[in-house]
Structure formats: C-alpha cells, structure tokens
Design a protein around this ligand. Structure first.
Ligand code: ATP
Ligand code: MG
Length: 588
C-alpha cells in the first residue's frame, strides 16, 4: 500500500473511532437516563398510589381529611361515579392533571384504566408517551367502586433527550471541525515536509542535487530538513569529486594507446577504454551473445587468477601482432588484459634489421669494387691507359651509386621528420612529363624500352610542387626500367604514362604502367614501406635498389592530399595509379 493511502486510511479510521465513541456515549447516556428517570418516577407514583389508597380508606373510615400530603409533582385523581376529583391539592403541574382528567381518561388506554377489574387493580400501570411530547406514568387502583389514578409527568426527560441530541450534534460538528483542522495541520507541518524530503532524498540518490530544502522550523521536522540538507551537500561534494575523478580517469584511460579489457572469472569480456572497445571484438567468440573470451585465452586467464601473477602472450590476428598482458585482480577474481598493438614496433624492428643488412650489403659491394679497382690503379695493374680509365670509370660509378643511396636515405628521413614543405605552382603537364622522360632518354634508348606519354585534351596545367612531383615520376619510371622484363621474354618493352582529369570530382588521374617483371601478390601490401624490396627484384641482377623510392613517392603524394595504388601481375607488368585532388583553381 502507498504511503498516502495508508495515511488516508489512518485518518478515516480515527474519524470512525471518534464518531463511534460519540454515538455510543449518546446512546448510553440516553438509555441510562431514561431508565433512571422511569424507574424513579415509577417508584414515586407507586408510593403516591399507596398513600392515596390509604388516604381514600381513611376517608371512608371517616378519618380526618388532609392528613396525608402528596408529593407536589404527582397528580392524584379519584374517579368516583363518573366524576373526577384531584386529591393532591398541592400538585404543581396543573396542566398535566387537567389533561389526565379530561382527555387521557376519556380515550383509549386511559379509558381502560377506569374499567380494570378489582382483581387486577393496584397493578395497572401505564406509560404514555404518545400524546405529543407529554410523557407520563400512571397507576390505577380500585378502592371499592372508585378508581384511583396517580400519574407523574416525565416529559422533562424528552427535553433532556432533545438537549443531549443537540449536544451530541454539537460535539459531532466540533469533532469534525477539529479533525479537519488537525488533518490540515498534520498535512501542512508534518506530511507535506516529509513528502518533500522523501522526494529530495530520491533526487539525491539519482545524483540530482539541483534542489535543497531550507529549514522551516525548530522541531523534529526542522531537524530532519537540516540533516537532509547536510546529507545532500556532502553527497553533492562527493559526487562532484567522484565525477571529476571519473572523468579524469576515463580521459587518461582513453588517451592510452593500450587497449584495456576486463574478463570476469566467468570469462565474460568488458571493454574498459576506447582502445579496448576497438580491440575486444577480436578476442571474443564470434556470435556469442554473452561476449565470452575465446577458448585459447582461457588457460592463461585461469593461470593468472590462480597464480596471482601477471603473464604475457603475443598473438597475431588479422595481419596485426598484439602483446597481451594478463593482470589478475584478486579482489574481483577477474583479469585485466592490456592489449598493445606491436605490429609497427615489430615491423620497425625488422625494418631496422633489414636496413642494417641492406645498407651494409649495398654499401659494401660498391666499396669492395672501389677498393679493388683503386688498389689495381695504385699497383699499376692496368696495362693500357684505356684500361686504367675503365677502372676509374667503374670507381666513379660505384661511388655515384653509394652517393645515390646516401642521398635517398637523407631524403626519406627529412620527409618523415616533416621538414619538407609543398610549394605548389601551376605546372604545364606536357612539359613536365616530357622533362622527366628526357632524363631517361639515354637509358631507354640503350635498353630498347619505349616510353609513351598520353595527356587528355581537357587538362594542360595542374597545381603541384613540380620538384617533388618530378621525384615521384622519376622514381616510378626508374622502377619501370629497373624492373623491366628480360628482353628475351618480350617482343617489345614499354612504359606508358597516361594523364587524365576527372572534371566531376576535380581530380588528376595519372598512371605509370609497364610490361616488366611485376610484383608478387605477397609483396604488394609492403612495397611502399621503407627499405622493402620484392624478393624477385632482389634476385634480379643489376637493380641496385635500396627499397626507398616508393616510400618517398607515397609521402610526396600524401603531402599533395592524393593517393597512390598499384596493380601488378608477376611476369605481366605493373601499373601505378595516382590521384591528385584539385585544391585550387589552377586548371586550364
Ligand atoms: N615497376 C615495377 N615493377 C616491378 N617491381 C617493382 C616496380 N616498382 C617497384 N617494384 C618493387 O617494389 C620494390 C620497392 O621499390 P622502391 O622503388 O621503393 O625500391 P627500389 O627500387 O628497390 O630502390 P630505390 O628506388 O630506393 O633505389 C622494389 O624493390 C621492387 O621489388
Ligand atoms: Mg625504386
């Protein structure tokens, strides 16, 4: 039952009790009074009757008249031979006496009194309360032929009843008014403040501290208001602190590049921070509504809980490598898993290893050649001047190759460090591409490779950093020549450059394709990484690549907000596709 209903029920109950007590009191009072009055009156009448009989007999015996004095409130009437005589000369209620003599004895029950048989006489009593409000008690007796009637008016008892009813009504109204006043008072000073305080307490429990209740009195309710107010303020302060702490902790956890997930002892996974949310799907069973961790990790989780020790694990998922640290939380009998994506770190490690291997290998080879030929010149091994010149030429070429490598290394590190800036200017595309191709004219001629340029009619100028873009296409053409197919396997070897402008999306689309040796499917995702070389290319003699070119290309394209992608089939050919967005109005 609700609190309000209960209060209402109590009030109704109280009102009913008060009404019941009042009614009972009234009833008992009336009843008691009636009985007392009736019995007293009867006794008086009975007594008077005996006196009257005696008196009558004394009259008959010729004793002296008037010796007996009746009580003044009884009427003593003698009916003798049809005539009525008032024996009590002192009767106070003359009206009553007259009524009995004239009206009462001439009708109904009153008339019967006169006809009572001798045997029943002296006993015949009558209570009359029919005649208006007049109520009286009458007794009759037969003395010889005469009938003696003694009666007493008890109508004042009716008046009392009437008065007591009025009193009862007054009390009833007074009690209703008092109950109403009491209810209003209770409601105003007791229930309403308690209800408000209850609502306030609920608000506080829901972390809503926008309301307070001022102390309105110095009583029990006032003390309760003060206590709730203090409680609210303490809770508000704590909640504010907790909120700030929580926000701070959430911020810290979310800014970590480590994913944190929590696994309960029932193996249910909960992500703890943003990174954790990104990672955790890789660790839960697929299609598991309960989000339970995969079986392969359960052993480690169990061990971490039992041994109460952190443990590590390295896993590979979807081409990514993760380092997992299982840290048991003894009080919660669960395990926190710290997930770190170490793919780049691992790659960096392998790149570093590759770098050392490649650089030492690629520098040692020309160095050894330089050393050998320089010693030969020093020892005068060359027999002819021409032979000596050839040796010097080889030394020069090898030194140039080393220089090329070192320049590349510096170049790529400067781009990665963000030192370079893009200096965009409108570039005439036909001039630009012809310029790049011209640098390879001798090589193309000696290698017998055809190089073709095709520029769409709708574009002639495009805004870009000409120097940097020169490096991009230089590298791509250099690769196409370096990784050209064996002439014996091709009727003709070619390189084709196409330039188009997509007016719908304002984008320059350039392709550089060849029919060279192609790139293996496994290597394609990695060729833009620094120092990466396809194994097939490594085995190709005379390539002397350092695996840096495409990483420079990709960085420059990114600096132009563009994209580069590749399509290649081993022993068929390769096609690099570059998309450059038009960022200003330099198109003509
Ligand atoms: N056109 C191509 N045909 C076949 N393989 C290619 C082609 N272009 C690039 N590759 C492959 O991609 C790898 C990376 O190329 P990248 O230009 O980065 O390095 P590199 O040419 O070996 O050395 P660098 O350009 O630094 O002198 C190459 O080693 C080669 O295996
Ligand atoms: Mg290259």
């Amino acid at each position: 039952m609700k609190r309000k209903d209960k209060i209402l029920q109590n009030r109704i109950f109280l009102v009913l009790i008060i009404f019941f007590v009042l009614f009972l009191f009234n009833y008992m009072n009336k009843k008691n009074f009636q009985e007392t009055v009736e019995s007293d009156s009867f006794k008086t009448v009975e007594c008077s009757m005996r006196y009257a009989e005696k008196y009558l007999m004394s009259l008959n015996n010729a004793e002296q008249e008037g010796q007996i004095i009746f009580q003044p409130d009884v009427s003593v009437i003698l009916v003798s031979k049809g005539n009525t005589f008032e024996l009590n000369k002192l009767v106070t209620d003359q009206e009553h006496s007259r009524y009995v003599q004239t009206e009462f004895l001439s009708i109904g029950k009153g008339k019967d009194l006169l006809n009572i048989p001798q045997t029943k006489a002296n006993q015949y009593a009558l209570k009359d309360d029919n005649h208006q409000l007049r109520t009286f008690i009458a007794l009759s007796s037969k003395v010889g032929d005469d009938v003696l009637i003694v009666s007493k008016n008890v109508s004042h008892y009716k008046t009392f009843i009437k008065n007591s009813e009025l009193l009862f009504l007054g009390l009833l109204i007074a009690s209703i008014i008092m109950i109403t006043i009491y209810t209003i008072h209770q409601r105003r000073y007791f229930y309403s403040p308690i209800e408000e305080l209850t609502d306030l307490a609920y608000e506080y429990s829901e972390n809503n501290f926008s309301h307070h209740k001022e102390t309105t009195s110095n009583d029990m309710i006032g003390h309760l208001e003060t206590a709730i107010n203090k409680l609210g303020k303490v809770l508000e302060t704590n909640s504010l602190m907790n909120k700030r702490e929580r926000e701070l902790m959430t911020h810290i956890y979310d800014s970590l590049d480590i994913g944190i997930i929590y696994v309960t002892k029932e193996n249910i996974v909960f992500p703890f921070n943003v990174e954790g949310k990104d990672y955790y799907t890789a660790f839960i069973k697929s299609d598991d509504q309960e989000k339970r961790i995969k079986d392969s990790y359960r052993k480690l989780i169990h061990e971490a809980i039992v041994n109460k020790k952190n443990s590590h694990m390295e896993v590979q998922q979807n081409h990514l490598i993760y380092d997992l640290e299982f840290s048991p939380v003894a009080s919660l009998t669960g395990v926190v898993i710290f997930i770190k994506d170490i793919t780049s770190a691992k790659q960096l490690l392998s790149i570093r290893e590759d770098l050392i291997t490649n650089v030492s290998h690629d520098l040692r080879t020309p160095l050894a050649t330089i050393q050998g030929y320089s010693e030969a010149i020093k020892d005068d091994i060359a027999e002819t001047i021409q032979e000596k010149n050839e040796m010097a030429q080889i030394i020069h070429e090898e030194a140039s190759q080393m220089n090329h490598m070192i320049t590349r290394l510096l170049e790529v590190s400067s781009i990665k460090a963000g030192e370079s800036t893009v200096n965009k200017k409108p570039v005439h595309l036909a001039e630009f591409f012809n310029g790049v191709m011209h640098r390879f004219s001798q090589t193309l001629k000696s290698e017998g490779i055809q190089c073709e340029l095709e520029i769409a009619y709708n574009i002639s100028y495009f805004s870009m950093d000409a120097d940097k873009m020169h490096r991009v296409f230089y590298n791509l053409i250099d690769n196409a020549i370096k990784y050209a197919a064996d002439p014996r396997t091709r009727e003709s070897r070619f390189i084709k450059i196409t330039v188009n402008f997509d007016g719908l999306i304002d984008e320059l689309f350039v392709t550089v394709s060849d029919n060279g040796i192609g790139i293996s499917k496994e290597s394609i995702p990695y060729i833009f990484e620094r120092f990466y070389k396809d194994d097939k290319a490594r085995t190709k003699p005379k390539t002397n690549g350092s695996g840096i070119g495409l990483s420079i290309v990709e960085n420059i394209i990114k600096e132009h907000s563009g994209t580069i992608s590749v399509k290649s089939l081993p022993d068929v050919g390769t096609c690099f596709m570059i998309r450059l967005p038009l960022l200003d109005d330099t198109i003509e």
